[in-house]
Design a protein around this ligand. Structure first.
Ligand code: CP
Ligand code: NVA
Length: 310
């Protein structure tokens, strides 16, 4: 069964095809076409954490393609009312795919291990692969290509950074994380990435101004991710010199674009001036969540359409 639990599940060629499919469905939508590619398909959204972008972009995208979605929150009792295997196998009887946002990454891999339908990761503590798809799509639109572009992530080596580093490795992009000591990416993740992509240009540094000097895109995310609220005070202190603000932007090329997965804590990891400024692509980036996920769903559920239209 083809899942999308992390970007390790897809080859570079698969990724390029998903991104091409995303472009096709976006241009069709802009031309007023909503092809019935997921006709009568049902996708469940199983969420343990809050969401605006992921939930709404999946639900709207699925509807635009002629399918329907079911939002499953806490009341379905995942991990609480019955064994994970019973839950997963029964869910698989009713639906064509499940998008899952979980506190722990292992919960998603466990769900997939019993499930006979594709499982898509809608964010875990370890990674956020759907976000990375939209991020690269946004870079592609800004520059006309993503190959060779330098993505500089300023902030926490978190779930979003992990997926971005991996997508950059898979697509021959350069990735630099500028973070305080102690907030690097997950060690096992980086080791697996290096094993799978030995020639990847992935770096971790501690000087944000030096890192952004050659950036095509400057990316940031919150300093306190969902589930890390108890560490808020120490994190705010550790990241104080890692704000994306006018001073940092002055150290970057004037052509650099600004990205943020959102939601942002304005005034903390990024200032109003930068997020609302001329170099910011964050709203298009959020919009691209829907187009990229439509490309992903079509790739997973209707490969014949991809073969004919992409
Ligand atoms: N970027 C993102 O995943 O946003 P939500 O948490 O609102 O889904
Ligand atoms: N790193 C953030 C991303 C939110 C989309 C979090 O996990 O809360």
């Amino acid at each position: 069964m083809q899942h999308f639990i992390s970007l390790f599940d897809v080859s570079s060629d698969d990724l390029k095809l998903i991104l091409k499919a995303s472009k096709v469905v976006k241009s069709k939508l802009l031309a007023g076409e909503r092809p019935d590619v997921l006709h009568n398909r049902v996708v469940a959204l199983l969420f343990q954490k809050p969401s605006l972008r992921t939930r709404v972009s999946f639900e709207s995208g699925i509807a635009q393609l002629g399918g329907s979605s079911l939002f499953l929150g806490d009341d379905v009792g995942w991990g609480k009312r019955e064994s994970p295997s019973d839950f997963s196998k029964v869910l698989g009887q009713f639906i064509d795919a499940v998008v899952c946002r979980a506190n722990r990454h292992e919960s998603v891999t466990q769900l997939a291990s019993f499930n006979a339908v594709p499982v898509i990761n809608g964010l875990t503590d370890l990674c956020h692969p759907c976000q990375a798809l939209a991020d690269v799509m946004t870079v592609d639109e800004a520059f006309g290509d993503y190959t060779g572009k330098h993505m500089v992530f300023v902030g926490d080596g978190n779930n979003v950074a992990n997926s971005l580093a991996l997508i950059c490795a898979k697509l021959d992009m350069k990735f630099t994380l500028a973070c305080p000591e102690g907030y690097e990416m997950d060690e096992e993740w980086v080791a697996e990435l290096a094993k799978a992509h030995p020639n990847a240009d992935i770096n971790t540094v501690h000087n944000p101004a030096a890192a952004v000097a050659t950036a095509d895109a400057i990316y940031t995310d919150v300093w306190v991710s969902m589930g890390q609220e108890a560490e808020a005070k120490s994190r705010r202190m550790a990241f104080a010199d890692y704000q994306v603000n006018d001073k940092l932007m002055a150290a970057a090329p004037s052509t650099a674009r600004v990205l943020h997965c959102l939601p942002a804590v304005r005034g903390e990891e990024i200032t109003d001036n930068v997020i609302d400024g001329k170099q910011s692509d964050v709203i298009n980036q959020a919009g691209n969540r829907m187009h990229a996920q439509k490309g992903l769903l079509v790739w997973l559920l209707n490969p014949d359409w991809i073969a004919k239209n992409v």
